[in-house]
Design a protein around this ligand. Structure first.
Ligand code: SAH
Ligand code: SF4
Ligand code: F3S
Length: 442
């Protein structure tokens, strides 16, 4: 059987899709392009703007393949599946599996069962009390030098704008021994970089499913595994970023010098309405401590513009904080209502044109900061974990693409003709482009 996976949303979805992919490959299924697939797996996201409509139009497009080959079916997973659930069965006869985050562990076996039982449909939408452990799926050919490892599921924060707690369920930490065992297995198979995933990794272990290990202790255990050259984690909620985790950046040399620390707004009044439970003063204090522990740390962030009640002054404060911190990069979004959230019930919504203007202004500020961050690399030597061949070919020299310690994309040439994918290369940085660096392997 052949499958094709389409993934939307955050890195947790990317990680889930990757595990499903490895599980099917382990069962001798083959990955294929759209035209040949017997089964489509669509992993959806519902965090912003009209996500349900996007899924419906995608399914409309996939219907063409079913019209040509009636045995083709679709499995819809992720946060839109959790939200709209079995209504997908009513609207799309070829959707035969729906699964939410806690259903991922059983999705591959359900897909295999559906392939041999025509007419059956399966729904895996229940939330579980514990983190549902997944079967091992280590297919060496399907591994790259980088791997994602889940450390928790769900979120308890209920930020006023956010749908995630509704579609991903309550926070439940995975057992630290299971996390460490999975990291060890990846490292033993040649994985060099591990990214720990959770909606709020800093509160690992603090829920009832926790086993008493804190996030800082978990980092120590994983950083000590031989072969792990780079350790990253996402996402961090600033309110839960503890001094122990901050000081880990000073102690653990393989902890990557990059941290994504979502700010959301630079105004205390807006942060309060968002239910973020930190102030700008405490956020900036954590940034100061992070830079004390790791002076060159690259900070990136998420920002929402036009949250209900946001005034022009509030927005100016956001621009100011972005400049003060000097983020290396940021993702910024126009606020949009999501069903069931507290913010969707607030009055004083900001007009679309105002949101669009604020977003454009913020993004222009960020472009300059990103340029500064990239330019600082010119003339330095960086260690690059090579992800694959680069599309920028330079004459007869092979060109490669990877990321440096700070998460910057580096394209570089190399005189050797060997396949560099998965290796760590020292690269002299020659030039800063708009969103990446250009260099030459040493
Ligand atoms: N757990 C992570 C990521 C959550 S979703 C965290 O806490 O940071 C990713 C980003 O989408 C959020 O950080 C936020 O900036 C944005 N976002 C979430 N809901 C949104 C909404 N209703 N409108 C606009 N942006 C939103
Ligand atoms: Fe959403 Fe807030 Fe949870 Fe992040 S911490 S997933 S923004 S509720
Ligand atoms: Fe999207 Fe769900 Fe992730 S809503 S951002 S896929 S947790």
């Amino acid at each position: 059987m052949k499958f094709h996976i389409l993934t939307f949303g955050c890195q947790m979805n990317v990680g889930d899709s990757d595990w499903i992919r490895r599980s099917l490959l382990a069962a001798d299924w083959k990955e294929s392009g759209e035209d040949d697939a017997d089964v489509f797996i669509v992993n959806t996201c519902s965090v912003r703007e009209k996500p349900e409509q996007k899924v419906y139009s995608l399914l409309g497009r996939l219907a063409r393949h079913v019209a040509r080959r009636p045995a083709v079916f679709v499995a819809v997973g992720g946060c839109v599946a959790q939200q709209v659930g079995e209504t997908l069965f009513q609207r799309f006869p070829f959707v035969r599996l729906v699964f939410g985050a806690d259903g991922v562990a059983n999705a591959p076996s359900a897909i295999m069962r559906l392939a041999s039982e025509s007419g059956t449909r399966i729904s895996l939408l229940d939330f579980t009390d514990r983190y549902p452990e997944r079967a091992a799926a280590f297919v060496d050919d399907a591994l790259t030098a980088q791997a994602f490892v889940n450390i928790m599921q769900g979120c308890d924060n209920y930020c006023a704008y956010c749908i995630v707690p509704f579609v991903r369920g309550r926070q439940k930490s995975r057992s630290s021994d299971e996390v460490v065992a999975e990291c060890r297995e990846f490292a033993a198979r040649g994985v060099k970089e591990i990214t720990l995933l959770g909606q709020n990794v800093n509160s690992f272990g603090l829920d009832t499913a926790g086993d008493g290990t804190s996030f800082a202790q978990l980092l120590e255990r994983i950083a000590a595994i031989p072969g792990i050259m780079r350790l990253r984690f996402t996402t961090s909620h600033p309110k839960d970023l503890s001094d122990d985790v901050i000081s880990a950046f000073g102690r653990l040399s393989n902890l990557s010098s990059a941290l994504h620390l979502p700010l959301q707004s630079g105004s205390d009044h807006v942060l309060k309405k968002m239910g973020r439970r930190y102030t700008i003063a405490t956020y900036l204090e954590k940034v100061r401590k992070l830079r004390e522990a790791r002076p060159d740390i690259a900070l990136t962030t998420d920002i929402i513009v036009g949250f209900p009640t946001e005034t022009e002054d509030d927005f100016r404060e956001t621009v100011e904080v972005v400049q003060t911190v000097g983020f290396a990069g940021s993702y910024s979004f126009m606020y949009c209502d999501r069903p069931g959230t507290a913010a969707s019930r607030l009055d004083s919504k900001v007009e679309d044109e105002v949101k669009a203007r604020r977003l454009a202004e913020l993004q222009a500020v960020q472009e300059k900061l990103t340029q500064t961050h990239l330019c600082q690399a010119v003339g330095t030597r960086q260690r690059v974990l090579v992800e694959g061949a680069s599309s920028n070919k330079d004459g007869s020299l092979a060109a490669w693409r990877g990321r440096d310690e700070y998460g910057r994309v580096v394209n570089f040439t190399c005189s050797s003709s060997a396949d560099m994918t998965g290796s760590i290369c020292d690269v002299d940085i020659l030039e800063a482009k708009k969103h990446s660096l250009w260099g030459k392997a040493v």
